[in-house]
Design a protein around this ligand. Structure first.
Ligand SMILES: Nc1nc2c(ncn2[C@@H]2O[C@H](COP(=O)(O)OP(=O)(O)OP(=O)(O)O)[C@@H](O)[C@H]2O)c(=O)[nH]1
Ligand SMILES: [Mg+2]
Length: 246
């Protein structure tokens, strides 16, 4: 097993940055440190990081503009959510986080894509490198749910066939504005055979779980430990919390 190490290396730490090292200075999730990078950055090598880790994977966040991808990532990375005016992501950016999964340091390089149509050709180029994709819709926006089939077609066209895929109904905290029922999400996910959860970047509901599930699945596939069994769908069903919960 290889282990990355540099002078400043620190386990369980995380880093951020645009692939080019530049930032547009705009905020993705309002009030949080800038995430937006250049429109067409070169892809950073996954090993180019000053952190200890055992294995590394790329995870992509996709879905319509405004579903909460940037906030979802910021919640996971920084544990924060600051409401405010919505500033759409430009192009694509990434953040790193190292998770301790059953004693193994799993580094996730998480790509936050722009949901806007005009950036679609930019983001297409990144699909093939993704080990996992989190596909988000917004439970308060019917169109974002109706577009899931189109997103799935894109994923099937551009991503690796064996990429881990999960469907997430975000903004589950918005009880009064909800227009997509949880059962609708469940039904669609079942139809396409993908694990499903409702999440909230605002409350943190199931955010950590989504990344943990992906990291566990990828680790399991990579390490192929015969003494260990892991079923993503079962794990998600067992661990997820409902929108009305805690
Ligand atoms: N209530 C609620 N609002 C959210 C949640 N997540 C994001 N928002 C709000 O939704 C808006 C859009 O969030 P972003 O994270 O910027 O959306 P995005 O998917 O990154 O959008 P693009 O970058 O254009 O693709 C912002 O105003 C957020 O404050 C959530 O879980 N609950
Ligand atoms: Mg964004």
């Amino acid at each position: 097993m290889s282990r990355k190490k540099t002078a400043k290396g620190k386990a369980n730490s995380s880093s951020t940055g645009s692939p080019s090292g530049k930032s547009s200075g705009k905020k993705g999730c309002p009030g949080i440190a800038p995430l937006n990078g250049v429109v067409h950055p070169s892809r950073p090598p996954i090993s180019n990081s000053s952190e200890f880790y055992d294995i590394a994977f790329k995870v992509m966040l996709v879905g319509d503009s405004g579903v909460g991808k940037t906030c979802f990532l910021v919640r996971f990375k920084d544990g924060a959510f600051l409401a405010g005016s919505f500033i759409s992501t430009v192009g694509i950016d990434f953040r790193n986080k190292v998770m301790n999964i059953d004693g193994v340091k799993v580094k996730l390089q998480i790509w936050d894509t722009a949901g806007q149509e005009r950036f679609r050709s930019v983001t297409h180029a990144y699909y093939r490198d993704a080990h996992a994709l989190l596909l988000l819709y917004d439970v308060t926006n019917r169109a974002s749910f109706d577009n899931i089939q189109a997103w799935l077609s894109e994923i099937h066209e551009y991503a690796q066939e064996d990429a881990v895929l999960m469907l997430l109904g975000n903004k589950a905290d918005s009880t009064h504005e909800r227009v997509v029922k949880r059962e609708d999400g469940e039904r669609l996910a079942k139809e396409f055979g993908v694990p499903f959860m409702e999440t909230s970047a605002r409350s943190g509901l199931n955010v950590e779980l989504a990344f943990t599930a992906v990291a566990k699945e990828l680790k399991h596939r990579t390490m192929k430990d015969p003494s260990e069994t892991f079923k993503l769908q079962e794990y998600v069903s067992k661990e997820m919390k409902g929108a009305g919960c805690c």
